[in-house]
Design a protein. Structure first.
Length: 146
């Protein structure tokens, strides 16, 4: 079972969906403010609208929300794409390339998350990358039957 790339690929898809679901919670949970400094910072982040040119005046909270929504969307796109290809029994020669593309994208994402975020996204993104790497290593190099 551990030698089959589909096992690792399905695990990666599951972690992509779990990561998307957990990260989406951050879009609906309001932050707790513990002191005056945090309140002042939150007030500035949510209510200060700098002129960004071209008629755009988003607050930094708007920018944060937009970027924060992109991570679950990336995970959903990766999970749905890989899941669909597994369900359609796509050949190993195609899957090898698709897994490599996902591995590169989520590998870069992991490095960024590792540098700029905190433990839960680091762990979840790391689990995605580990499972994609295991799937890439175990996928057969050709479709020929030996």
């Amino acid at each position: 079972m551990l030698r089959r790339y589909t096992f690792w690929l399905i695990a990666a898809v599951i972690f992509q969906f779990v990561t998307a679901a957990l990260h989406s919670l951050s879009l609906i949970i309001t932050p707790e403010l513990h002191n005056d400094t945090e309140r002042q910072l939150h007030e500035l982040i949510t209510n200060y609208h700098p002129d960004m040119g071209g008629g755009f005046h988003p607050s930094f909270w708007n920018l944060f929300t937009a970027l924060s929504a992109c991570y679950p969307l990336l995970c959903i796109l990766g999970g749905l794409t890989l899941g669909y290809l597994v369900l359609k029994h796509t050949g190993p020669e195609i899957m090898r390339g698709i897994i490599l593309i996902n591995l590169i994208v989520f590998g870069v994402c992991f490095v960024i998350v590792l540098i700029f975020t905190f433990l839960p996204p680091i762990i979840l993104t790391g689990l995605i990358v580990i499972n994609l790497l295991a799937a890439y290593i175990t996928v057969p190099k050709s479709d020929s039957i030996a």
